[in-house]
Design a protein around this ligand. Structure first.
Ligand code: TZP
Ligand code: MG
Length: 203
């Protein structure tokens, strides 16, 4: 993954469940719509269930040039067979995560302010995520919104691939990309929107 696709789809188990959607059927629909970068985020399932789902997601994307990222659960990375992990500020330090997953795995880190972006810029991360850009109801303990100015500021502080997250929909994705994000990470905007046209517009 030398360059991030513009759409970074996050398959959030809780968001699917709340809508009565099957995780795997959603993944298949997203694959068919052209998603090539997918994070599996599951804050509640047991490790065993996360590994089971990871194996099923690998099957769904078999034969597709897609990058699969596991949210947290760094200890499950090797067994998951995924391509990388995404960690937050409250998770294990990036250097420790990198030591566990090895030099070639994709590693992303969440940031919420300029200091965190600058710190992440110095670490061995593959991309820096910044947000929430807009208000979101998906992450209940989300930090204050950073807005488009926060994306612009983050862009000025790192040359690493920049992923913007939080409240992004097909309607506002272009402004986020124009503010300097390489990629937009989206949960609700995909579950409640038209993934196929999202992919087509932002290819
Ligand atoms: N981190 C910052 S905002 C957020 C996460 C995980 C949730 C984004 O979800 P949505 O539904 O795309 O606003
Ligand atoms: Mg985390």
């Amino acid at each position: 993954m030398t360059q991030l696709p513009r759409l970074y789809a996050i398959l959030n188990a809780e968001s699917c469940a709340r809508r009565g959607l099957s995780l795997l059927e959603t993944a298949k629909a997203w694959r068919d719509a052209g998603v090539t970068l997918l994070q599996y985020r599951d804050k509640v399932a047991s490790d065993l269930d996360v590994l089971r789902n990871a194996a099923l997601l690998r099957e769904v994307f078999e034969g597709v040039e897609a990058t699969l990222i596991l949210n947290d659960r760094v200890h499950l990375f090797a067994a998951s067979g995924f391509d990388g992990v995404h960690v937050g500020q409250g998770d294990a330090p990036v250097a420790a995560v990198r030591a566990v997953i090895g030099p070639n795995a994709v590693l992303g880190v969440s940031t919420h302010n300029p200091a965190e972006v600058s710190a992440a810029d110095l670490l061995s991360v593959s991309y820096v995520a910044v947000g929430p850009v807009f208000a979101t109801s998906t992450k209940l303990d989300a930090e204050p919104v950073v807005g488009l100015d926060g994306v612009r500021l983050a862009r000025s502080l790192t040359r690493k691939p920049l992923v913007a997250i939080g409240g992004i929909t097909q309607a506002n994705a272009t402004t986020v990309l124009e503010a300097g994000a390489d990629s937009v990470a989206v949960i609700s905007g995909l579950l409640d929107g038209d993934v196929r046209s999202f992919v087509a517009v932002h290819r």
